[in-house]
Design a binder for this molecule. Sequence first.
Ligand SMILES: N[C@@H](CCC(=O)N[C@@H](CS)C(=O)NCC(=O)O)C(=O)O
Length: 247
Amino acid sequence: MKAPVLYVFNISHYCEKARWALDHFGIAHELRHVMVGTHRRIAKKLGAKQGSVPFLQTDEGVIAGSSAIIDWCEMQNSDKRLSLAGDEPDQVRAIEKRLDDIVGVHVRRFYYSDALINDPASVRPIFSNGLPLWQRAAVTLGWSRIVPLMVKGMDLGPAQGHQSRAVLEAELDWLDGLFTDGRPYLSGSRWTRADLTTAALLGPLVAPKEHPMVHAVVFPKGVSETMQAWAQRPALQFVRRMYAVHR
Ligand SMILES: N[C@@H](CCC(=O)N[C@@H](CS)C(=O)NCC(=O)O)C(=O)O
């Protein structure tokens, strides 16, 4: 089998989720950073069902989306690593889906609503890292045109940032509530894909030292203050522990 190729944006927390799953299962892979704006064309050319990153090019075709990539890893698992399905797979998947659909989207919108509106230059390096020189130059030259497209595409702005913060606060209330009985993992006593998803998608709010790229992010003041205010919440302490123990 040829090593699969994982196409990513360096900063993307969904890409970090897929990467972590490949690492968990010990699946050697090539990491390919894609330039924003070219990812959909590449995905289409490879035959991916959707254009967002991450997508994984394998001998059997392209696997699109972080959740499908975990499914694919489970099917390979030639090293017989611990399955991430958990004892109650439906419950585990329901938690993962809620994180994918709500938390992942609003972590991103909360951060970009501040960073891309107030200090877009601080975001550019994380979209250039890992790219070949000519693409880094293209991102630099095209940045003033890329930013408004991202603002529109993700519906960013001050009001949207406040709204996403409120959504995240409610989701953290829900997650904190799950830990009140002292369970070590979200669905009970075992590390599952729900835990990996929670840690990867909330990781940018915690910036754990084991995170492969979050150290490159300059957090705007408003986002940093929120990170500090929330740092002791059980769900975010959990994220820190998951990175320390499992990453
Ligand atoms: N549910 C998808 C979400 C992926 C996603 O939203 N990816 C973002 C990067 S964080 C993206 O590619 N955005 C640009 C686009 O969709 O064109 C997954 O879990 O993989």
